[in-house]
Ligand binder design. Structure first.
Ligand SMILES: Cc1cc2nc3c(=O)[nH]c(=O)nc-3n(C[C@H](O)[C@H](O)[C@H](O)COP(=O)(O)OP(=O)(O)OC[C@H]3O[C@@H](n4cnc5c(N)ncnc54)[C@H](O)[C@@H]3O)c2cc1C
Length: 396
């Protein structure tokens, strides 16, 4: 994605940070950057999406299913638009799906040897809870269904300006997105030292704003320097306080209880002990984030001095904070076998088994983010893609 980005990564890998973090460039979305600095279109850019897939596509590719219309006999895979699945019924030797056309209101019934729910962390548990199959599920499966919905906390961003790293100059039209993935090393008392990733952008608005609107200058660093932003992104074990509650009879919209993890004390007292074995106050966690911010920024120089946060900003109560759940990576509402804490043994019960089959059923599977039993610090889709590939082999 550019020689400057590679060179910045190479220099950061020579710093002491490399002992605790794997430092990588990250892929960016298709359209970034799609214009050259002079405003003309790039002649080469990625045409493959970098973080998106759908279960149907993987099942088609891996099982050799092809759209039915090409067979002329409606065998193969059918994709039906505007069909809302309302019910899954168990008829012994097969399942029956009830779908409703969202334009006409007409119901359609589908006979299926196997059903894979892939409605996502919110919709799949809603569907399963109101499905005709629900009363027949074992009680431990029912007890967990819809519980544990979890996202991962992140911090506010802190900004610095830089003219270079080592002897590599940096300026306002350089760009890189770099992630420091924690190696998960353990320190005193078996605590995970850094249960978070650090995300760093060099001129992060380059792709979004400047090349779309070359007149936009609001986010540039002064004097032609590069602007660098970092933020911290934590993992999270499932949060049992969260729940997708049953909808009322004949209704679809349930109450969703979701702590979006904004409270530093709640994170410090409840979540991070489960995640990392931490026993630290919010203030101690702020101190650690400030130390890492300093360690990263001081690799860069600004006007001959080590770079430091703009305006002296730092993580503290009343200052830059942490704890915003992103609500982009929701997981856990139909969990697979899991450990309630990272240092705990596997729990006795789960909603789906090791093959993603709903426990207590023999033809019903789930393959979406709801099965993931831990909200990782970033980008869960590749893990789900791996699960979909594995399921496709299992079903094949
Ligand atoms: C803004 C944003 C940015 C993100 N960026 C990244 C990223 O960079 N990298 C990454 O790895 N992850 C990213 N994620 C997370 C990732 O997109 C999601 O975790 C992932 O798409 C979830 O996949 P899923 O299959 O569980 O559900 P979904 O992708 O939500 O798919 C569920 C599908 O089921 C359909 N559906 C639901 N209920 C029914 C029903 N009853 N009948 C019929 N159809 C139904 C829905 O319409 C939907 O199409 C991002 C998420 C957001 C919101």
């Amino acid at each position: 994605m550019g020689t400057t980005a590679w060179e910045v990564v190479a220099r950061l890998r020579q710093s002491p940070l490399a002992a605790d973090f794997l430092i990588h460039q990250t892929p960016r979305a298709l359209h970034q950057p799609y214009l050259k600095a002079d405003g003309t279109p790039n002649d080469r850019f990625f045409t493959e999406p970098t973080g998106v897939f759908n279960t149907a596509e993987l099942l088609v590719n891996q099982l050799g299913l092809t759209p039915g219309v090409s067979h002329g006999d409606w065998s193969g895979l059918q994709l039906l638009l505007n069909q809302y699945v309302e019910d899954v019924q168990n008829h012994g030797d097969h399942l029956q799906l009830v779908a409703r056309n969202t334009l006409t209101g007409q119901a359609r019934y589908f006979r299926a040897a196997t059903v894979v729910l892939a409605g996502g962390s919110i919709e799949s548990p809603k569907l399963l809870r109101r499905a005709s199959m629900y009363p027949g599920l074992p009680q431990p499966t029912k007890d967990l269904l819809g519980h544990g919905l979890t996202d991962h906390p992140t911090s506010d961003e802190i900004t610095t300006y830089a003219n270079g790293i080592g002897n590599l100059p940096l300026q306002s039209d350089d760009h890189a997105k770099i992630v420091f993935y924690s190696r998960g090393a353990r320190g005193a008392n078996n605590e995970v030292k850094y249960p978070f990733n650090v995300e760093m952008n060099i001129n992060h608005e380059y792709w979004h704003l400047r090349e779309n609107d070359p007149g936009a200058t609001g986010t540039r660093a002064p004097g032609g320097a590069a602007r660098i932003d970092i933020k911290f992104s934590f993992g999270n074990c499932l949060d049992e306080n969260n729940e997708i509650k049953p909808a009322r009879p004949y209704e679809y919209v349930p109450e969703v209880t979701f702590r979006n993890q904004r409270w530093a004390d709640y994170l410090a007292e409840e979540r991070f002990p489960a995640l990392a074995g931490w026993n630290r106050s919010a203030g101690q966690i702020f101190d650690l984030l400030n130390d890492i911010t300093h360690a990263v920024f001081s690799q860069f120089q600004h006007n001959g001095r080590p770079a430091s946060p703009v305006d002296g900003s730092k993580y503290e109560r009343g200052g830059k904070g942490f704890g915003w759940g992103t609500v982009h990576h929701a997981v856990g509402s139909l969990r697979m076998p899991y450990r309630p804490r990272l240092d705990a043994p596997f729990a006795a019960h789960s909603v789906v088994d090791e093959d993603l089959r709903v426990v207590g059923t023999d033809r019903l599977y789930v393959c979406d983010m709801s099965v993931i039993p831990f909200s990782s610090a970033a980008n869960p889709v590749r893990t789900l893609a791996a699960l979909a590939l594995r399921l496709s082999r299992h079903l094949g």
